[in-house]
Design a protein around this ligand. Sequence first.
Ligand code: SF4
Ligand code: SF4
Length: 139
Amino acid sequence: MTDLGQGPALVADRECGECALCCILPDIDVLDKPANIRCGHCLSGGGCDAYDARPATCRDFFCLWRTDESLSEEWEPSRAHMMLYEQGPQLTVLVDPAFPDAWRQPPYAEALQARAAALKTRGGYVVVFVGDAVTVMAG
Ligand code: SF4
Ligand code: SF4
C-alpha cells in the first residue's frame, strides 16, 4: 500500500489503545516495510518509538474504525482481527493472517457483504487481503 490516505474527523472517545494492526498488516513503501511484518518502530503494547519523526503516511492515517462511528466496538481492529480503510469507492480489508477466517465469521461477513452491495451502486467494491490471498466482494 503506497498511500494510506488522509484521515477524516475522528470518532469521539475512541482510541487506538494497544492496537497496532496498521503498523503490522499494510506494506508501507516509505519505510520499506512489507505487509504483515511488524514495523521496527512499533512498541509492544501500542505506540511508536519514532512518533515525532514518523512519516506522513503514518501521521495522516486512521483506519475506518477510528473515523466511522457506524462501525461498532466489535470492529475494533485488534478484536476483529482486521483493519478497514477506504480508497475512493473501494473498501480495503486487511485481515490478520493469524486469524484468516475472521472476515468470514458473523457479524463481519454479513456486514462486509452489505458494504459491498452499497458500494456497488457507485462503482465500488470490497477487497479482502489475507496474506497473499485476495478476494473481491462485488456486492
Ligand atoms: S488499525 Fe486503527 S485502531 Fe488500530 S492502531 Fe491503526 S488506526 Fe488505531
Ligand atoms: S513508523 Fe511508527 S506509526 Fe509508522 S508504521 Fe512504524 S510504528 Fe507505526
